[in-house]
Design a protein. Structure first.
Length: 416
């Protein structure tokens, strides 16, 4: 049996010091400041975003730190603690979408996006990144990078958008534009909103109805783990993602086709109608009976019930009903497994072990077909439970998982 890799968050002081040291070593210069932005995890509300539904992400205490200094020209130079000897560069002058390859596309893309958005005083910069957000785990390491870069550029070029929620919406736009248009990684904004707008002790309720403005579609909901004596365990199964065979697109297309059959703009309209009915169970049955095949019925049942679970989870946690919140986690995973069919054996095994060893509830999080699970557990239990999952993975011949725990959230900010 191997010991599970348990990833601790860096404190603000430690992350700042490491980023500063890497900057000075690389550029033989003093940075203008250090900024940070967190990774995120979605508590509940999976595959609801593209159905105009509800999601409930939190920002993790695990953050990406950027030490940065502006330049007088259009050159961008970046280095990361992943490869401290691998400084790389690009030029903003004449840069077009998809004009940069590799991870540098993310920070360069933010500066490019801001210039595209009319912020012409944004120029080149030197930057050093240090991160404890695990890459490839579905915890939005890319959003942590783009959002920390956006906060840094906002400060050093005196744009003035980072100190209000309305202003941060503009910075979120630049981070999304970077990922979508420069890096070519499709994102709908959940990750960037969580990284930039989550606050301590709260989850961000994100309402994805297209008619809402960015200032109307979010609200802060109580999620203070410490006050309830809880931790949120996150286990990256390290099962390879399997989205490249069209499974994600297939499910989205099925949902869109179902909305057409039901003669509604999106499945959120159907979900809201069912929730307001005198008999929601009968209303759900009638909705499903109107669909032509079993696969479509299953997909719609997940979306409609998952949107309802988000609402129920918010109420349950706010009122201290932790066991109920845990049951909603379990119901979400069971629906994603049976109706949406996006789990893999590693996800299911991790969830089963967590449930059997004291978790209030456990579920896969993210798009599925690999990635991570979350479990709501009593404070101090995360490492033991993660090790039990690792032991079972070893017995079944899976890759060794890695894990982290959240007891408090973070938000994008200037560290010093």
């Amino acid at each position: 049996m191997s010991t599970v890799q348990f990833i601790k968050p860096l404190s603000g002081a430690e992350g700042s010091a490491r980023a500063s040291e890497l900057f000075r070593t690389t550029y033989d210069d003093q940075e203008a400041g250090v900024w940070s932005a967190p990774g995120r995890v979605n508590l509940i509300g999976e595959h609801t975003d593209y159905n105009a539904g509800l999601c409930l992400p939190i920002a993790l205490p695990h953050q990406t730190f950027i030490a940065l200094k502006p330049r007088q020209d259009d050159v961008v130079r970046v280095v990361s603690d992943v490869d401290p000897d691998g400084m790389t560069s690009a030029n903003l002058d004449g840069l077009e979408a998809r004009g940069v390859e590799g991870w540098i596309a993310y920070p360069v893309g933010v500066a490019w996006a801001l210039r595209q958005m009319g912020f012409t005083k944004v120029r080149g910069f030197d930057a050093a990144f240090v991160s404890c957000v695990p890459v490839g785990s579905g915890l939005s390491s890319s959003a942590a990078m783009t959002c920390s870069t956006a906060r840094a550029l906002d400060d050093v070029f005196d744009l003035g958008y980072g100190h209000s929620d309305a202003g941060r919406v503009t910075l979120i736009e630049s981070a999304m534009k970077s990922e979508n248009e420069m890096a070519g990684a499709s994102t709908g904004g959940l990750d960037q909103n969580a990284s930039m707008r989550c606050t301590a002790g709260h989850a961000l309720l994100l309402d994805c109805r297209p008619e809402l403005t960015p200032l109307e579609n979010t609200s802060q909901q109580p999620f203070d783990l410490t006050s309830h004596g809880l931790e949120l365990l996150v286990v990256d199964t390290q099962a390879p993602h399997q989205l490249n065979d069209g499974q994600y697109a297939q499910r989205r297309a099925t949902c869109e086709e179902a909305a057409k059959v039901l003669k509604v703009a999106n499945l959120r309209v159907a979900a809201d109608g069912i929730s307001k009915a005198d008999d929601p169970f009968q209303a759900l049955k009638e909705t499903l009976d109107a669909l032509p095949d079993e696969v479509m019925k299953k997909r719609v049942r997940h979306v409609v019930t998952e949107i309802a679970r988000v609402r129920s989870f918010v109420r349950a946690f706010a009122n201290g009903r932790i066991e109920e919140a845990g049951r909603l986690f379990n119901a979400s995973h069971d629906s994603l497994k049976a109706d949406y069919e996006v789990t893999v054996p590693e996800l299911d095994v991790a969830v089963d072990v967590a449930r059997a060893n004291g978790a209030y509830g456990a579920r896969m999080t993210g798009g599925g077909f690999g990635g991570s699970i979350i479990a709501l557990v009593d404070s101090g239990k995360s490492e033991d439970l993660a090790q039990k999952i690792a032991d079972e993975f070893a017995r079944q011949g899976f890759h060794a998982p890695r894990a982290l725990a959240a007891v408090a959230s973070a938000s994008a900010r200037k560290v010093r």
